[in-house]
Design a protein around this ligand. Structure first.
Ligand code: NOJ
Length: 542
C-alpha cells in the first residue's frame, strides 16, 4: 500500500487574515497578529494553515484582486513578517498554504493598466480583449456569463473594446493562452516555493482558459449550479470552464510543485460537484492533489442527504484520489448558522468531517462555534452584497461579510479581543454573542466547543484508520454509519441525525466506544444494541 502524504492526514485551518488578529490596532488583522496566535493553533492541534490572500491589493474583493503577487500588502505587514510567520509555523510543525489567484488580477495591476492603455501595448495580449458585436460594436462580443451574473465582458472607453472577467469587473481575467502570462505566473509560484511554502490553494482554477474561438455558450434551463453540472444563469459554461487546457495546466503546475519536493501540495477551488471537478485531479492523479467538494455546504440536515454525497464522492474519487469535503469558508454562511445555531448539530457535522476519508478544513472561529453575523446594511463591505443578483439573501444574510467578522478571542465589548486595544472598532462588526462565544470563555471549559474540537482532532490524529483507512458506508435506517479500516484497525462512525434518542443493532458488537459528541471521556464495551442520544455521533473501535 502506498504511503499517505502529510496533507492526506492533516487537519487544515483557514485564516482570513483581515479578520483573525489585529496587532497594530487599526481594526484590520495582520501577520504579526497571526504570529501571536500560532501557539493557540498549535494547541488546537491543526497541522496546516491556508491563508486567504495577503498580497498587495486595492481590496475591492478583499485580497482576491491582486496588484503584486510577490509582496505583502503593507496593511498586513512586511515580507520579513511573512518570513517570521513561516518560520514560526514550521517550528511548530504547521504547514503553510498560500492562496494563489491565477485566473485574474486586480484592474489596478500594472499589467492591466498597461494593457488597457492602448491596443498596441505590449501587455495588451496579457488579458482577453475583444471588439463588440452589432452596430458600432455596442453588443458584448458573445453571450458568456460571469460567475456572479451579468456578462463576462466589460466595455472599456480607452480603446472601445471589451475585456473579459469571469468574476467581478475589477478582476480582469489573465489570458492564459499567452506563454508570457504563464511564465510570469509560474515565476511567482516559484518565488513562494523558494521561500518554503508548502503549497497553494488555487482560486477558481476551473476558469483559467476560455475558448480561443469565443463560441457562444449553449443555453441551459438551470438557474444555478447544480450538483453534477455547472450550468448557471440559464447557461452551460462549456466554453468558459473546465477546458482541456485548464486541466493540462493543473498538471504542469503540479509538476512544478513536485519538482521542489513531493511533499508540497495543491488544492483547487472549482464550481460544480465531483463528477465535474474530478478531471482537475488529473487523468493519472497527476493534477491537483485536492479539490474542494462544496456539496456538504448546501445539504439539509439528514443522514440520507449526507450519505448520498459521501456515496457519490467515494464512487467518483476512489483511492488514491482523496476527497476534501467543505462545510464553511469565507464565501459561505457559517455552518452552525445553517442549522439554527444548534451546537449539537454543529458537533455532529464536525464529527462527520473529522471521521470521513479525506482532508478536513476548519474555518477560523468554527472551533468556538462562531455564528453568522447579520451585518447592518451600512457596514456591509463585500462587493457581492452590492450586486443585485446577490441581494437574494443567502439564508437570512446578504453577501459574505457575515462569515468574515473578527475572530472572538475574549469578551471585550467593542472588538472581542481582535485588536489588542479594546477601544478599536474593527473593519466589520463583532458578533453580538461574542461576550459568550469566545476563546477565553471556552479554553478551560471541558464541555465547550473548543474542547470538543481539540478532542476530536486528537482522536483523529491517533487513529490510523481515520486518517488513512478505507471507507465503507453501512445501510442503517435513520443513521449515517460508516466503517473506516486499515489493516487490522477498524473503527465505526455512527451518527444519529434524528432529534430522538434511538437504539440500533450494533454493527460492531463487543467493540469499544471511544468517543462521543455527547459525553466526555467514554470508554465502554458495546453490546448487541447501541443507544444514541439526539444528534449524537459515536466512534466505535473493533
Ligand atoms: C473565490 C474566492 O473564494 C472568493 O472569495 C473570491 O471573491 C472569488 N474567487 C474571486 O477571486
Amino acid at each position: 500500500m502506498e504511503k499517505k502524504k502529510w496533507w492526506q492526514k492533516a487537519v487544515f485551518y483557514q485564516i482570513y487574515p483581515r479578520s483573525f488578529a489585529d496587532s497594530t490596532n487599526n481594526g484590520i488583522g495582520d501577520l504579526q497578529g497571526i504570529i501571536g496566535k500560532l501557539d493557540y493553533l498549535h494547541d488546537l492541534g491543526i497541522d496546516a494553515i491556508w491563508f486567504s490572500p495577503f498580497f498587495p491589493s486595492p481590496q475591492k474583493d478583499y485580497g482576491y484582486d491582486i496588484t503584486d503577487y510577490g509582496a505583502i500588502d503593507p496593511e498586513y505587514g512586511t515580507m520579513s513578517d511573512f518570513e517570521e510567520l513561516l518560520e514560526q509555523a514550521h517550528s511548530l510543525e504547521i504547514k503553510v498554504i498560500l492562496d494563489m489567484v491565477l485566473n485574474h488580477t486586480s484592474d489596478q495591476h500594472p499589467w492591466f493598466l498597461e494593457s488597457r492603455s492602448s491596443s498596441s501595448n505590449a501587455k495588451r495580449d496579457w488579458y482577453v480583449w475583444r471588439k463588440g458585436r452589432g452596430k458600432n460594436g455596442r453588443k458584448p462580443p458573445n453571450n458568456w456569463k460571469a460567475i456572479i451574473g451579468g456578462s463576462v465582458w466589460e466595455g472599456d472607453k480607452t480603446t472601445e473594446e471589451y475585456y473579459l472577467h469571469q468574476f467581478l469587473p475589477c478582476q480582469p481575467d489573465l489570458n492564459w493562452w499567452n506563454p508570457k502570462v504563464q511564465e510570469a505566473m509560474f515565476s511567482y509560484l516559484k518565488f513562494w516555493l523558494d521561500k518554503g511554502v508548502d503549497g497553494f490553494r488555487l482560486d477558481i482554477i476551473h476558469t483559467l482558459f476560455e475558448d480561443k474561438e469565443f463560441h457562444d455558450n449553449p443555453r441551459s434551463w438551470r438557474l444555478l449550479p447544480s450538483n453534477d453540472s455547472e450550468a448557471y444563469l440559464f447557461q452551460d459554461p462549456m466554453h468558459t470552464s473546465y477546458l482541456k487546457e485548464t486541466l493540462e495546466m493543473c498538471t504542469h503546475i503540479r509538476n512544478l510543485v513536485d519538482s521542489y519536493s513531493p511533499d508540497r501540495m495543491l488544492i483547487g477551488e472549482a464550481m460544480g460537484g465531483p463528477r465535474l471537478f474530478r478531471p482537475l485531479y488529473g487523468e493519472y492523479n497527476d493534477g491537483l492533489n485536492l479539490v474542494f467538494n462544496f456539496k456538504f455546504s448546501d445539504q439539509s440536515f439528514s443522514a440520507k442527504n449526507f450519505s448520498q454525497v459521501i456515496q457519490e464522492t467515494e464512487s467518483i474519487l476512489p483511492n488514491p484520489y482523496w476527497p476534501c469535503y467543505v462545510f464553511s469558508n469565507h464565501d459561505k454562511s457559517r455552518m452552525i448558522s445553517r442549522y439554527g445555531n444548534d451546537q449539537k448539530k454543529a458537533k455532529l457535522l464536525t464529527f462527520l468531517l473529522l471521521t470521513l476519508r479525506g482532508t478536513p478544513f476548519i474555518y477560523y472561529g468554527e472551533e468556538i462555534g462562531m455564528t453568522q453575523v447579520k451585518v447592518p446594511k451600512e457596514s456591509l463591505k463585500d462587493p457581492l452584497s452590492q450586486l443585485r443578483v446577490w441581494k437574494i439573501p443567502i439564508g437570512r444574510f446578504f453577501g459574505r461579510d457575515g462569515c468574515r467578522t473578527p475572530m472572538q478571542w475574549n469578551n471585550s465589548a467593542k472588538n472581542a479581543g481582535f485588536s489588542s486595544d479594546p477601544s478599536i472598532k474593527p473593519w466589520l462588526p463583532v458578533a453580538e454573542n461574542s461576550s459568550l462565544v469566545n476563546v477565553d470563555n471556552q479554553i478551560n471549559d471541558e464541555k465547550s466547543m473548543l474542547t470538543f474540537f481539540k478532542r476530536i482532532i486528537q482522536v483523529r490524529k491517533v487513529t490510523k484508520a481515520l486518517t488513512e483507512g478505507t471507507l465503507h458506508l453501512l445501510p442503517i435506517d435513520d443513521c449515517l454509519v460508516f466503517e473506516r479500516r486499515i489493516a487490522e484497525e477498524k473503527v465505526l462512525s455512527v451518527l444519529n441525525f434524528s432529534k430522538k434518542q434511538i437504539q440500533i443493532q450494533n454493527p460492531l458488537p463487543l467493540s469499544t466506544a471511544l468517543f462521543s459528541t455527547d459525553a466526555l471521556n467514554i470508554s465502554y464495551k458495546t453490546d448487541e444494541y447501541i443507544t444514541l442520544q439526539q444528534y449524537e455521533g459515536l466512534l466505535l473501535k473493533g
